[in-house]
Design a protein around this ligand. Structure first.
Ligand code: PLP
Length: 392
């Protein structure tokens, strides 16, 4: 690794997270790991750790993502959450992909194809997100009837997706009601896998009795969304507001707390590439920082092309914080009063500066932050048995 900037991925932690989730929520048959965008940018090797933890189905966004995963995992079932254009049907069959059927038009085109081998499909229901899926009970009934008649296509699953957490608004309840209405003319029990929830709805809501599958995304990567971890004033205020809105909107019961003790598995490091002495009044970088007291500017080989900007605010060296005073496409500069040697490791986030803290500084959520750390950053995948550098 020439550029001393890397994301350290803790594979053992990912495995442990899934084990904990399964222990706490043991009533599902299918734990579908959402591993799109290279497992939320943790890297392809992380998928093995998630499977070791108990994930028994995967979900991704595209054919290309499945093909990548198939190089390592030939037999685990993989659902593509977006409809794959049917001109790629041969690739779908070769890679043994479970297709999402999200409209009657798509289904009719699929039925016209002379399939050379069996194909599994999941029907997607639009229960209120208005993004993908069948929208009425007539459409749903017709789709199921047509699929039942086909000898090579197996209707293996049916699913929908929650648009909100449903903790202060009535949308979660509306979506459940809408799903049951749209599927009211078919027998859900005849379909082997029924899945609806995602990470937040798993921990916030009771299990839906008609579901035997759950799609796990951000929670596997260490984000448990428990409200009790933060005892501060703002948090208490938020809880009061939540209780008030729940009552006002007549939301069904939700859980304020969960005792998952998950940890994030993604840390980001860079190192000091250059150092210079500066004195009060010097202007640093693209004129972004005027030095207020004598000290040192340290330049790190990480910039906004890697997903890191001045808005991250601080970095940590040997458990001490240093402000980021300037950024550019490939480098950031930090200021310190003590002299540090070239090569000193710098934590961008990880042990000392949590991902949640950076998210607060950036005013964005963990999904955005994880996915913005670009592929240029080498992933160093580590477990207790091995360490491997992964380049894209
Ligand atoms: C259809 C679908 N299901 C599940 C997930 C996983 O969501 P989460 O990370 O909130 O668990 C996603 C994430 O984007 C999704 O699009």
């Amino acid at each position: 690794m020439q550029r001393k900037t890397f994301a350290l991925i803790d594979g053992d932690q990912l495995k442990e997270n899934v084990e904990q989730i399964k222990n706490k929520y043991p009533d599902y048959q299918y734990y579908i790991g959402v591993v799109k965008n290279n497992a939320y940018h943790h890297g392809i090797k992380s998928i093995l750790n998630l499977i070791e933890g108990g994930i028994n189905y995967l979900a991704v966004s595209s054919l290309e993502e499945v093909l990548q995963i198939r190089k390592y995992h030939s037999s685990i079932p993989i659902l593509c959450l977006e409809p794959i254009p049917l001109e790629f049907i041969d690739d779908v069959l070769n890679a043994n992909i479970t297709l999402t059927v999200e409209s009657l038009e798509y289904l009719e085109n699929l039925l016209k194809i002379d399939l050379y081998t069996n194909l599994k499909v999941h029907l997607k229901i639009d229960s209120g997100m208005h993004r993908l899926g069948l929208t009425s009970k007539e459409e749903c009934e017709e789709a199921v009837k047509k699929l039942k008649k086909h000898s090579k296509i197996k209707l293996e699953g049916i699913y929908s997706h929650f648009a909100t957490l449903g903790i202060t608004d009535p949308h979660w309840d509306h979506q459940v009601a809408s799903f049951l209405e749209i599927t009211s003319k078919i027998d859900l029990k005849e379909i082997p896998i029924v899945h609806f929830g995602r990470s937040a709805t798993l921990v916030e809501h009771p299990k839906l009795s008609f579901c035997n599958g759950i799609r796990l995304g951000i929670v596997m990567y260490g984000f448990s969304q428990s409200r009790k971890d933060n005892p501060g004033f703002r948090s208490r205020l938020r809880i009061l507001k939540r209780k008030y809105l729940q009552k006002k909107n007549q939301c069904s019961i939700t859980f304020l707390e969960n005792d998952l003790h998950l940890k994030t598995a993604f840390s980001l490091y860079s190192s000091i590439m250059s150092v210079r002495k500066v004195t009060k009044g010097d202007v640093v970088g693209y004129n972004t920082f005027v030095v207020k007291e004598d000290g040192y500017i340290y330049t790190l080989p990480i910039g906004y092309a890697d997903g890191v900007t001045q808005s991250f605010k601080e970095v940590s060296i040997d458990h001490q914080r240093y402000p980021i005073v300037s950024d550019a496409m490939d480098m950031i500069m930090i200021f310190g009063k003590d002299r540090k040697p070239i090569g000193t490791q710098v934590e961008i986030f990880g042990e000392d500066i949590s991902i949640s803290e950076v998210c607060r500084n950036l005013n964005q959520n963990a999904y955005h932050l994880l996915n913005q750390i670009s592929n240029r950053v080498v992933r160093v995948h580590k477990t207790k048995n091995e360490k491997e550098e992964i380049y894209y």
